[in-house]
Structures are given as C-alpha cells and as structure tokens.
Design a protein around this ligand. Structure first.
Ligand SMILES: NC(=O)c1ccc[n+]([C@@H]2O[C@H](COP(=O)([O-])OP(=O)(O)OC[C@H]3O[C@@H](n4cnc5c(N)ncnc54)[C@H](OP(=O)(O)O)[C@@H]3O)[C@@H](O)[C@H]2O)c1
Length: 332
C-alpha cells in the first residue's frame, strides 16, 4: 500500500478507512465480531488511517465507534493512525433521522472531549484531532490556541478541521499549523476543489469524506433499494430517492463504461480519479464488507492519465445528475 503525507509529516496509507458506518448513519451498528474481522483485515491489507468521531454512535451507545476502535485496534496501535473528531453534538430534540448538528468549541468542552476520546480509544495521544464543525460563536484563533496547547501537552500530535472554508483555514493555520482539512468530496460534490491550491500553498492535506457520494457512485443501487427510515440517512438522501435514481441514470451508465474500460469497478474509478487529481488528498471510503474493503484499497493501483482525468472532469461538468446529500443542518 502506498503512502501519502498529510501536512508536514503525518504519513498514512493513500486510502484510509471511514469507520462511521460501523456505528452510525447506515443502519444497524456492527457487532464486535463483524467489526473485529473487518478492522483486522483492513490492517492486514495495509490501511493505516482509521477515521472516527466522538459522535459516531447510537441512541443507546453514543460513542460506540470510538469504543469499538479503541478495543479492536489496540494490538495494532504502533502500525496505524487513528483520526477522531470533537466539538460537536446532535440536537436531541430534532425529529429527523439525520439530527441537526450543534457545534461547540468552548475550550473546556474541547479539552474534555480530547480526554474522553483518549480513554475510549485507549491511546496516550491522538494522531489527528479534527474540529468536527466550526463553532460560529468562538473565534477560530481561540480554537487553534486550544489545539496548540493540547499539542504542547502531547495529548494530540496533529489537528485539522472538518468542513472548513479558505478563510477559516488561513486564520487557524496562522495560530497553529493544520495537518488536514476533512471535507465532503466526490464526483457528485466538487465544491471544495477551489481549496486545493490554498492547501498546497499552506502544506495542508485534504481528507475526502463520503468519497463515493455515500455509496451511490458504486452503481449498486436502483429504484428497488430500500433503507431503514429510523437509522439510515440514505432514506432521506436526494441521490437515493426515486427521482434521484432517474436523474442519475446517465451518470451511472457512463461510470460503468469507464470502469469496464479500465478493468475496474465504478467505486475504484471514483477513488482513482481523486487520488490522481491531488497528491495531498486521502479518501476515506467507508465499508463494512470485507470484499469491498479489498476492492477500495486496490483503487490505488489504477492509473488515470492527466488526459483521462481532464476528460472525466469535463464530463462531470456536463452530465446530468441529481442533488447529492450535503450534510445535516448545522444549528447554533
Ligand atoms: N467529517 C464529517 O463530517 C464526515 C461526514 C461523513 C462521513 N465522514 C467520514 O467519511 C467516511 C466515509 O464516508 P461515508 O461512509 O459517508 O460515505 P462513502 O464512503 O462515500 O460511502 C460509504 C457507503 O458505500 C458503500 N461502499 C463502500 N465501498 C463500496 C464498494 N466498493 N462497492 C459498493 N459499495 C461500497 C458502503 O456500504 P457497505 O458497508 O455495505 O460496503 C457504505 O454504505 C465515514 O466513514 C466517516 O469516517 C466524515
């Protein structure tokens, strides 16, 4: 498995593993045996970047994901990096499946969140700690100052921000250098490509979350796909709706053709395309399936030339596609 460097010195596998779906947003959570098999296989295959967050859990067990990873990944601790996130909770009064998000970057909240994550992950330092959503009521300079303090204390070694804009990145980076920005990015959601030159200039990595448009770009869903309404966010995502499936037919057919031409799968084409576009980008596709875990990591060996990437970009500008899920509402 080839490696990439995020920021100045955080070396990780070119493709990381998004672990959210084992506990949150995609139906019932994984049990321990299922998660153990998957995570052990991931380490074996060469994944060295595991992505979690303190809020990835269930109503009964709100920190299910961190606890699971802490227990299962402990034996592999010196081979891997675990990234987690804090400074966010769900609005428990919200009645939709994807509850509204409430950012909270008060210094005392972040410091407690780091202590709690350290405990649950059974680590003596966090490899990469993201502010999960920027808190509009706290200046980002103050948050960066807290991160600097935590780095000086050795509790975290690198920090990042999720869903960050250029302005926030520049202001934060001046106070304490950022290692990575983790934003939504896929063939259906390219809004953050404008950040690539900024991140290159500042030497900050880009971690692409939901790189398969929540699985849609794997081309394995159709109008008969159903999702559990109380636990699965896909039940409200526009790309999976009946209208979305119809609007995306051309996109899906085209992706299948490119995949066949490259002797690859559509998921692999999505991942290879973003790897080719930016050498500081690391996608973190999520899967709970052993076969797909292997399929996704093998995307790193699919080569797309500059011309092929340009052709794909051009096509993405013009091909009809539906709206894509843009994230839960952030309310403060
Ligand atoms: N920072 C943030 O705010 C934020 C938000 C969302 C997600 N994330 C992170 O990003 C990670 C990935 O995002 P995501 O899980 O939302 O979306 P994603 O990676 O785009 O898609 C995941 C879905 O695709 C399916 N899948 C994966 N590989 C496949 C393949 N090769 N063929 C067919 N289906 C495949 C998975 O189903 P199976 O399990 O059945 O394979 C899963 O349902 C998360 O795990 C989380 O760590 C961060």
């Amino acid at each position: 498995m080839s490696k990439r460097i995020l920021g100045r010195d955080l070396e990780v596998s070119s493709i990381g593993l998004g672990c959210m779906g084992m506990s949150h947003a995609y139906g019932r959570p994984s049990d321990k045996t299922e998660a153990k098999n998957l995570l052990a296989k991931a380490v074996d295959l060469g994944y060295t970047m595991f992505d979690t967050a303190e809020v990835y859990g269930t109503a009964e067990n709100p920190h299910h994901n961190e606890t699971l990873l802490g227990e299962i990944l402990k034996p592999y601790r010196n081979q891997i990096k675990i990234a987690t996130k804090g400074g966010l909770h769900f609005d428990e009064n919200s009645t939709v499946v994807n509850k509204n998000l409430v950012p909270d970057s008060r210094p005392e909240v972040l410091k407690k969140s780091v202590e709690d994550s350290l405990q649950r992950l059974q680590m003596n330092h966090l490899d990469l700690y993201y502010i999960h959503r920027v808190d509009p009521t706290i200046p980002i300079e103050e948050t960066a100052g807290v991160m600097k303090e935590l780095i000086d204390q050795g509790k975290i070694t690198h920090w990042g921000i999720s869903e960050a804009t250029e302005e926030i990145i520049r202001r934060a980076h001046k106070v304490c250098p950022l290692t990575a920005v983790q934003n939504r990015y896929s063939m259906m959601y390219r809004n953050y490509e404008s950040l690539f030159p900024v991140l290159k200039e500042l030497q900050i990595g880009f971690v692409a979350f939901s790189p398969l448009a929540n699985g849609f770009l794997t081309c394995r869903y159709d109008e008969y796909s159903t999702f559990e309404k109380s636990t699965d966010y896909r039940s409200i995502m526009p790309q999976f709706s009946s209208a979305g499936i119809v609007e995306n037919q051309k996109l899906i057919e085209w992706l299948k053709i490119i995949a066949a031409e490259k002797n690859a799968t559509p998921a692999q084409i999505s991942l290879a395309w973003m790897l080719a576009k930016n050498p500081f980008l690391v996608p973190i596709p999520g899967t709970r399936n052993l076969k797909r875990l292997t399929e996704n990591i093998q995307a790193e060996s699919i080569h797309l030339s500059v011309e092929e990437v340009t052709e794909i970009d051009d096509m993405l500008e013009h091909i009809p596609m539906s709206q894509v899920f843009g994230g839960s509402i952030v309310k403060k």
